[in-house]
Design a protein around this ligand. Sequence first.
Ligand code: ADP
Length: 352
Amino acid sequence: MSEVKQDWREEVVQRLRGVKYPGFSRDIVSFGLVQDMDMEGTDLKLKLKLTTPDPAIPEKLGKEIRDALKNYAPVKSVTIETEVTPPQATATTGPQGIEGVKKIVAVASGKGGVGKSTVAANLAVGLAQSGLKVGLCDCDLYGPSQALMLGCREGVRVEEGTERIVPAECHGVKLMSMGMLLGDDSPAALRGPMVTRFTQQFLRQVVWGDLDVLVLDLPPGTGDIQLTIVQTVALDGAVIVTTPQEVALVDARKAIAMFRKVNVTILGLVENMSYFLVPGTTEKHEIFGSGGGKREAERQKVPLLGEIPLDPEARKCGDEGKPVLLVNPKASSSKVFFQFGQSVLKILFPNI
Ligand code: ADP
């Protein structure tokens, strides 16, 4: 008898794994939304736990669940009980650490295209090169780039039995990308509560193992999504990336203000694309102006952690999926990336 019982459960779970949460490429089972199930005759009783106040979601899920079970003879009807936990309940739990992870650092920018992902990638591999156990999480839901920058072709793997996500590993760094879990039909903007739940679940469902540092590559900007992530995870600090010109500095200021609002320490400012060194000479061209990052760091009373040159080698390596610091340590940008990594290391672990 118990074998028969086991059989229907397995079959139902298997079929529910085909039901994606609206807007995501992840299914409702691996999201942990199916709380309980039972059979009364031919009526399948399902208990779902959701956080969204949007009534369209349970309706859509109900239809898809029934469709998924349509051709399974033992189930003639499905009764779904939906428990909605108000999103505030998750939001008020406040920022939380991640088990096994010693330090969590966010790399942020007020503006896209300033080189934030390049800085995050080179920081992660630089720390790993120094002997630390490092993870890198690309939190950009809509424009993830770390898998490309680290040349990582491995996809995510879900650990059997536990539903936990196993990160890929590239250049000695454990890599995870939130965007990997979103489908092409993702909504243009996720709502705050959804992001909170997604972020909390996501970061904690990843099998990071023991990490010295987890680097979060935040999406550019200072909107709700960034604020939600920053409020959800207990950060040890943030690195702000900017370029020298005023348009970028204005947005960097906004990013600093956002972190300060939620009491996150600013570890420092990194000025990227600071100057161009004419190859083979010491001739410097300050294409985007000079001293903007330094002045801003002084104004904000935070360290200037590096002035990274505009380096064709950095761009080329990024495109080829090999962080410049690893493949060409002699490149003009690599020397500064190295120093920058060492500065972050000293701030995070002053006793090493
Ligand atoms: P963001 O994450 O801020 O959007 P990226 O790190 O994706 O920016 O960088 C945007 C582009 O600029 C990429 O093609 C990258 O290779 C290039 N890039 C970033 N930093 C440098 C640099 N110091 N020198 C040359 N190219 C760079």
